[in-house]
Structure formats: C-alpha cells, structure tokens
Design a protein around this ligand. Structure first.
Ligand code: SF4
Length: 422
C-alpha cells in the first residue's frame, strides 16, 4: 500500500535520496489519487485477502465493480502463489515462519519519522538454518518496470523489519522481491543483514537533509513521480537543456548551402537553368537508428516533463479557475447517455420492443472460478491458448528475453497491426 503519510516515504525514497529538498517541496502540492493509484489500492486489498485466506484468517473479499477485472484476478493470483511458495519452502526447511501481512515498518532510526507498509514480511530460515527475512511488494502498474535490485523502497522496508525483529530472530540474509505480474516481472535482490545495515547508515545524513528541506535540488529520472515537477526550476532546466543538446537546430535548415549556390543565380538576365542535381543534406541530415536510440531515455524524461506541465496547468485552470494567459477552458465533445436505465427498459417494453439485452460469454477466469482449476483444465484446457503479447521496444535492462523476430513472422505482423491502431 502507498505510504501516504510519511514525509520520507519509502516509495518516494529514490527522489529524496537523489534530490533531498524534493520531500519538503512536494508538501505544497496535494497528493491527488489517480485512477491507477485507486486501482492499485484495490489490487493490494485483493492480494491481502488471498494471503490472509491462505493463513486461515477471517476476511471478507474486497469488492469493486469499477476495478475488478480478469487481469486483476490473474495478477493477484501470481502474487499470492509467489508468497505462498516462499512460506511453503520455509516450512519444508523445517520452520514455522513468522508471516506478517500489510505490516507497518518503522525506519525512523535512519530517516526521521520514516515509516511505511510492507505488503509481506516473512521471517524463517533456509535449509542450512540461516535466518532469512523476506520482504515482498506487489506492483500493479505496467507502465514502468520496477527492479528489486538495491531498490531503496524495499531496502527501507527491510531496514524497518530488521529493526523490529532482528533482536528476536537471528537474521543473516535479507531477500527483497518485487512482484509485478502485469509485466511478467518477479525480481529478487539478496543482501546480507550486515550490508543492509551499512547501507542504512550511509543514507542517514541525506535523510536528515531531506527532512529539513535542505540539500541540492537535482533532476533525473526520479523526477517522474515528483509532485513538484511541473513547477520545478531544476527539472525545467534539465528538460530544456536536454532538448538543446539532443535535437537538430531546425532553424538552420537541413540542406547543405552548397546545393543552393548555382553559378549566375544572381544574374537576372541569365537563361533559366533548372537545378537537377541531387540535394546534399547537411550532416547529419537524417539520423541513423543507432543515434536515435541514444536519445530514447532522454525523450522519456522530456515527454514526461511536458505531460506534467500540461496536466498541472490544465488542473490549475479547470479545477481552480487560475487564468492561463493565451489559453481558455472549453467543453469537449460528449456522448449521449440514458439518465434512467430502468425507465428506458420499461418504456421500450411497454411499446413492444423486446430485444433489449445482449448475451455475453463469461470470462475465462469466471469459468475457472465456477468449475475450479482442475475441472476447468480437464474440460476446457484444450481450448485455452495464450496468444503472443503485443511487441514493445524496451531497454536492455528489462528482464524479459528478446523476441527472435527473424524466425517468428507472425509476431512481426502483430507489430504492424498494432501500429495501425488495432
Ligand atoms: S522535480 Fe525537482 S524537486 Fe522533484 S525530484 Fe526532480 S529536481 Fe527534485
């Protein structure tokens, strides 16, 4: 669950560790819950429900007509299965692990007033009897791949758990897993408890600066979710200087001046000589893919900044009536809707219309729930297929294996169809 109340929250730690003043600067801006955040909160509550049910706790299944979907059911199942596999493995190693769901962890001994909520804290031991602390975090998003490797959010949760339980349990190994099923991403980072503690000590000073609103404002990819971004001078300077560095000087034109200079062109009486020469482009007139690839990470940062400025100014104008010079608020196109569905149905039936409803096949997940996994597999397993996902260009650091395009012509077609706006 998001750490909504801590100034030095674990989830925003990448920001305040790289740009300490960002923690206080963001206080001036409301933490408006986005649709994605609300969907994520619901998904977390379903994860919590599933694990607690496994632990035989009395729980009520969370409901949401708005956010419930087959995809959410599958994602939360993936999280549940991963968590249960850790617990079961510890049991096979001969221990009854301590399992804490949605556990509040306090790391204020490192970062002032720092606390957060870890989705799962599991403490047990491995086959050799070495004490293990395992932290699990569910990520519902599919926009940004999140790696567990030395992830400061996970390390802060682990520091909090180690602080609370390290004196009861002899913890030697700390494992931190991020489960991001919608990107097929489960990544785990392992550290010794001693290394984790040393890291905590190393950030103590920066955390103090952040708490006091001091330090240097520094822009980078951690600005992505900073609420101060649209009005942050450091972020604007960075975005504009990246633009200046990366793009062609369009005002200078793309043609080489040599191609325009023809003998006698200033002589008004000279006979007309059409220029049939092949134009020579200024270097680099066209940018090769290898060069464009170099600026891809930069483009993401610039477009994210541009979007944040548009969103901020739109919200100021629409929600708070702030005039934006040169712009106005207008109404967009809207669709007709029924205001009273029951009255619509009654009126239509009274007037002899009968075919008012469509029948729809229930979803794959609903079938599975209705029949149970085993029966579903027996009866319908042969009719289930997993079509290839839409192709996407991602950085090399993404853990998914690359697609062999040369030997999978169907997938190549899928990309072309996708570009056509399928
Ligand atoms: S947007 Fe500004 S304040 Fe926020 S993290 Fe980036 S540089 Fe720091």
């Amino acid at each position: 669950m998001p750490d909504v109340h801590a100034l030095l929250s674990a989830s925003s730690s990448k920001q305040w560790l790289n740009c300490p003043p960002s923690a206080r600067l963001q206080e001036r801006f409301p933490n408006e819950a986005s649709v994605y955040a609300e969907e994520g909160t619901f998904a977390h509550s379903v994860c919590e429900y599933k694990v607690k049910k496994y632990l035989h706790e009395r729980v009520k299944r969370p409901q949401s007509e708005e956010y419930y979907s087959e995809e959410l059911e599958q994602s939360t199942d993936a999280y549940y299965e991963f968590v249960v596999s850790i617990i079961e493995e510890m049991k096979r190693n001969g221990c009854e692990p301590l399992v804490l769901v949605e556990e509040r962890v306090d790391y204020s001994h490192i970062a002032p007033s720092g606390f957060g909520t870890a989705d799962m804290v599991i403490i047990g031991h491995d086959g050799d009897g070495k004490g293990i602390l395992h932290i699990c975090d569910y990520k519902n998003g599919k926009g940004v791949y999140v790696d567990a490797d030395h992830n400061s959010q996970m390390m802060l949760y682990a520091i909090g758990a180690l602080h609370a339980y390290g004196y009861i349990y002899p913890i030697e190994i700390v494992r931190m897993s991020i489960i991001q099923p919608r990107l097929d991403n489960i990544s785990t980072c392992e550290m010794t408890a001693a290394d984790l503690t040393a890291w905590g000590e190393s950030i103590r000073e920066t955390a103090k600066l952040a708490y006091e609103g001091k330090g240097e404002q520094k822009a980078g990819d951690w600005c992505r979710f900073c609420r101060a971004k649209p009005v942050c001078r450091a972020c604007r300077e960075e975005a504009l200087s990246l633009c200046r560095e990366e793009f062609l000087d369009l005002d200078a034109g793309a043609f080489s001046e040599d191609t325009r200079a023809s003998p006698g062109k200033d002589d008004m009486n000279a006979p007309y000589q059409p220029d049939t020469s092949v134009p020579v482009f200024r270097q680099p007139g066209l940018i090769p893919v290898s060069e464009l690839a170099e600026i891809l990470p930069t483009l993401n940062r610039i477009s994210s900044w541009i979007e944040s400025v548009f969103a901020y100014l739109s919200s100021e104008a629409i929600n708070h009536g702030v005039p934006v010079p040169g712009y106005k608020v207008v109404e967009g196109r809207s669709k007709r809707i029924f205001t009273d569905t029951k009255a619509v149905v009654d009126t239509a039936i009274r007037n002899g219309y009968t075919d008012l409803y469509k029948q729809q096949l229930i979803t794959l997940t609903e079938f599975e729930k209705m029949m149970g996994k085993k029966k579903f597999s027996e009866l319908l397993g042969e009719y289930v297929a997993k079509p290839p996902g839409k192709l996407a260009l991602v950085p090399d650091s993404d853990p998914r294996p690359p697609v062999d395009l040369a030997n999978t012509p169907d997938l190549e077609f899928a990309v072309l169809a996708g570009q056509d706006g399928e």
